[in-house]
Design a protein around this ligand. Structure first.
Ligand SMILES: Nc1ncnc2c1ncn2[C@@H]1O[C@H](COP(=O)(O)OP(=O)(O)O)[C@@H](O)[C@H]1O
Ligand SMILES: [Mg+2]
Length: 393
């Protein structure tokens, strides 16, 4: 019997302060979940109007690598998490020297880099798209023709379809590599997708794991537009495989925290892992209203050492992202959408992130419809899309 056996694992009880690096909407929803359970929240984000900074008990308005800001965050926080993967690894490492940090800098670093992500997928036998690292025009000129037509993606800092170019041939690849600034890229074979799904898995420091039900996602212009749960367009067996693969990745990299893995579903039912996020994910927002534990509750639990209990989907859900376009209808002047009419629809849950300025493509909020059956949630979401002028729904 080892010395640790029989000793209750550390638990950070309500009343403590939880720290978060980054103050966007993900940190805001983390704060809502933490505060509801009696924790206080400290946010480090330089933006004085950041969505989470405005609701946190303490908002440290410093740069992410500011020594005093990080020291203060460590002083006040019992444990610290992050809301975005592009936080400098050095900031997480500085904090980890003083406090528990989840996810760890080492695992965040994998999710910051598309190439390292693919290495991690391959290492544990999770299929991903055929790909090659493109770091020079020489790499582009010699690339395997089997990867074309393909999608060239910057290895780092891409999101919402930014930092990507579709390329038809080697000439197009050379042009796209130049257009992306010559930074390290990954070329992926362009696959024919019949669906896109994602799995949010939470893993604690003892290796226990739970997950949300599988999400089915529709993207528009590279940005998530709609998430549906249950994922009716995908066979139950494929959903089960996606969950097993997401768990395998989390375990293989020794991940602690909330991890989202995105998958492509191909015509023959094959699953291909696309990318992963070391944090709650836009496609998991529906869980706030449709599950008895949300992805943010799970983030709080993995950070505090609370037991991980499997979330239960109690309602079918359709989530619509609310992008800045909705505010920019008439000649560029900002107009508030007609929330009154939307809120008259049964099962509507409106989430706005408190962002002051609407910009095209900016995630301003989301709208989830819950219902007893998927078809009813879909009907309500379609009505809302018509009211709001969301096209192509
Ligand atoms: N290899 C691919 N084949 C086909 N479609 C792809 C491929 N890679 C990306 N896409 C499409 O582009 C979207 C965004 O790509 P992704 O790699 O997830 O970047 P982001 O970080 O912007 O979310 C995907 O959700 C999918 O619709
Ligand atoms: Mg993606």
């Amino acid at each position: 019997m080892s010395a640790a056996e029989g000793v209750a694992p550390a638990f950070i009880a309500p009343g403590a302060t939880l720290g978060v690096l980054g103050g966007g909407q993900l940190a805001r929803m983390f704060a809502h979940a933490a505060q509801r359970s009696g924790y206080a929240v400290a946010v480090l984000d330089p933006d004085p109007a950041s969505p989470a900074g405005r609701i946190a008990e303490e908002h440290l308005r410093t740069a992410y690598l500011d020594r005093e800001g990080l020291a203060r965050l460590a002083d006040v926080s019992a444990a610290i998490t992050t809301e975005f993967e592009n936080v400098p690894a050095a900031a997480l490492e500085t904090l980890a020297a003083r406090r528990p940090v989840a996810p760890a800098a080492r695992t965040v670093a994998i999710c910051q880099d598309r190439f390292l992500e693919k290495v991690a997928f391959v290492a544990c036998g999770v299929p991903c798209a055929p790909h090659a690292s493109i770091e020079s025009q020489g790499d582009a000129a010699m690339v395997d023709a089997k990867l074309l037509p393909g999608i060239l993606k910057t290895a780092r800092l891409g999101y919402d379809g930014k930092g990507q170019h579709r390329v038809a041939d080697r000439d197009g690849l050379a042009v796209a590599f130049g257009a992306l600034g010559g930074v390290a890229c990954v070329l992926e074979k362009q696959l024919t997708l019949v669906a896109e799904i994602s799995v949010v898995v939470a893993r604690d420091d003892r290796g226990a794991m739970v997950e949300l039900p599988v999400q089915e996602n529709l993207h528009r212009d590279g940005i998530l537009a709609v998430t549906r749960v249950p994922a009716q367009g995908v066979a139950a067996a494929a959903q089960g495989r996606a969950i097993a693969l997401a768990r395998r990745v989390a375990e293989s990299i020794g991940y602690v925290g909330v991890l989202c893995v995105e998958f492509f579903v191909l015509a023959d039912g094959t699953l291909v892992a696309n990318e992963m996020a070391p944090r709650p994910h836009n496609s998991g927002h529906y869980s706030i209203d449709a599950c008895d534990l949300s992805q943010f509750d799970l983030q709080v639990r993995t950070l505090t050492g609370a037991p991980l209990v499997a979330p239960r989907l109690h309602s079918a859900a359709v989530m619509l992202n609310l992008l800045g376009e909705l505010w920019l209808r008439e000649g560029g002047a900002a107009v508030e959408p007609d929330w009154r009419r939307v809120l008259a629809l049964a099962g509507a849950h409106l989430h706005l992130y408190g962002k002051r300025e609407a910009r095209p493509g900016r995630k301003m909020g989301h709208l989830t419809f819950t219902a007893a059956a998927a078809a009813a949630a879909q009907v309500q979401a379609r009505s809302a899309a018509a009211i709001l002028g969301i096209e192509g729904f």
